[in-house]
Every structure is written in C-alpha cells, then in structure tokens.
Design a protein around this ligand. Structure first.
Ligand code: GLP
Length: 261
C-alpha cells in the first residue's frame, strides 16, 4: 500500500483521473472498476474533460461498478446506474452495453450475485478498481464485519451509512436498507486499486484503515493485504495520519510519480 497526499481535494481527484487516463492509454480495453458517491463526481468530470479535450478513448473499455441499491429501478435518480449514466457514461464514448452494475431489481439475490461474479471473470477480471470510503470504513457496501474473503452478495446497510446517504433521498426514509456489493475478496482480486478520500470528515476513518490493524470492522483496512494499492488523500483527509512526512517524501522522491508533477 502507498499513500499519496495532495494539497487540495481537486488535486487529489486530478491525480486519480490521471492514473485512470494513463491506464486506458496503456490498455485501451481496460476493465475498470468504478465507485459512486460525491467524491467521485469530480473524478468523472475530469475524465469527461480528458475525453473531450484530449480525445481519451473509452470505446473499448468495460466497467464494473462496486454496488447498487436493492429495490431501485434504473430510472430512479438515486440508483447507482442513474448516477453512472448521468455523471460519466452519457458524457463519454463508452458502449453502454459494456458498463455493468448489479441489477437492483433482481429478485433472486444469490443468482444475481453469482451472475455478477461470473461476468467479471468472463471479462478477464478487473484491471484497475477505483474506490471511495464510507464513514463506516466500508468499500463498496462492505459494512463492518464483512468477511475479508467475501464475494458479491446482498448486504444490510448500517445506521451510519444510512445517515450518510439518506440526504440524497426524498423523503430520507425511502432510502433502501439493503444493497448488492462486490465482496472484499472480489475487490482484492483487482490487479490495481486506487482509493480516493477527501475532506476532514474522512480523516478519522482513513487513519484507521491505513495505519490501524487489518480488521473486518473496517473493511478498507483489508487493502493493506493488496500488493498494488494507492490511497490518495488531500491534506484534510490526511490530518490524522502519523507517517504523513514519509508519505510526502514518497511522492516527492519516488520516480513513478515524476510524470504526475
Ligand atoms: C457510498 C458508496 C461507496 C462510496 C461512499 C462514499 O456509500 N457505496 O462506494 O465510497 O458512498 O461516498 P462519498 O464520496 O459521498 O463520501
């Protein structure tokens, strides 16, 4: 795991989008794992810019989202399919048939989860997985106590997550209480992982996930087990990290980061 601290949220999102851009240039048929949430909207805006201004070509890319609410049809503006179409897919030249999310309306949860795992496998596995982090420490919707080897399944959401996300729903109580999510094991199978967290609200959970013990109570801590994970934070989200000086030094001195300066 490596930690990169950028001065502002915008610069952290910029670095994240440039890593994605470089991966697509290196492998045009990249299998990209995608996340939702407010943090990612900036990243998607930057990818749209890269498409419009630098001709970044998504035509051969395939994407798999981490999760989807159970019970929301695709046309519901709070479904993650709606979010992805609005924030990214409708604004770039991706073939919509190559964009995958779990079907939130599926009635057989086990069959839908197995199908999603199979689709990921059939597409050759995820090359680059983008992640945010929830206040409960979740990645995807892997709430506390999710098994570190879990696969795609349906999961009950915690009160913390419901409180964090219900602001988007009208009325707030209409927020679904369950979701499909890739498992932690599914996420750890990705060849490379980038987690982006910005803002002071994430400082506490980032310090626990990055510098605390690996524990199923904080599913993001499982990323410590992955050989190619980069955690990108802004100064605010880095606030509680103990080894900040070392992380700054890494960005300034490791040759792999030269091209991003
Ligand atoms: C939701 C998603 C997570 C995401 C989280 C963070 O809970 N299921 O995948 O990481 O939101 O959201 P935000 O970026 O709005 O803080």
């Amino acid at each position: 795991m490596e930690v990169i601290i950028r001065p502002t949220a915008d610069e952290a999102a910029e670095l994240t989008s440039r890593i994605i851009k470089k991966s697509i240039l290196e492998k045009p048929n990249l299998v990209l794992g995608l996340a939702t949430g407010g943090t990612m909207e900036v990243v998607y805006d930057k990818l749209v810019c890269a498409h419009k201004e630098d001709n970044l070509d998504f035509s051969l890319c395939r994407t798999f989202n981490l999760d989807e609410y159970i019970g929301l049809p695709v046309e519901d503006k709070n479904s993650y399919r709606y979010y992805m179409n609005k924030n990214l897919f409708s604004r770039i030249n991706i073939d919509i048939r190559n964009t995958y999310l779990p079907n939130g309306m599926a009635e057989n949860y086990t069959a839908e989860s197995k199908k999603y795992e199979r689709l990921i496998r059939e597409n050759g596995g995820i090359d680059l997985q983008l992640l945010g982090i929830g206040r409960s420490g979740h990645i995807g919707f892997n709430e506390p106590l999710s098994a570190l080897q879990s696969r795609t399944r349906e999961k009950a959401l915690t009160p913390v997550t419901i409180e964090q996300n219900e602001i988007y729903f009208e009325p707030p109580e209409s927020m679904p209480k369950r979701a499909f999510t890739m498992g932690i094991g599914t996420i750890l199978d990705a060849r490379k992982i980038v987690l982006l967290a910005t803002g002071e609200g994430k400082a506490g959970i980032i310090a626990k996930a990055v510098e605390g013990p690996v524990t199923s109570m904080i599913s993001a801590s499982a990323l410590q087990l992955h050989p190619k994970t980069t955690i990108i934070v802004d100064e605010s989200a880095a606030k509680n990290l103990e080894e900040k000086e070392y992380y700054h030094w890494l960005f300034e001195n490791e040759p792999e980061w030269d091209e991003y300066k």
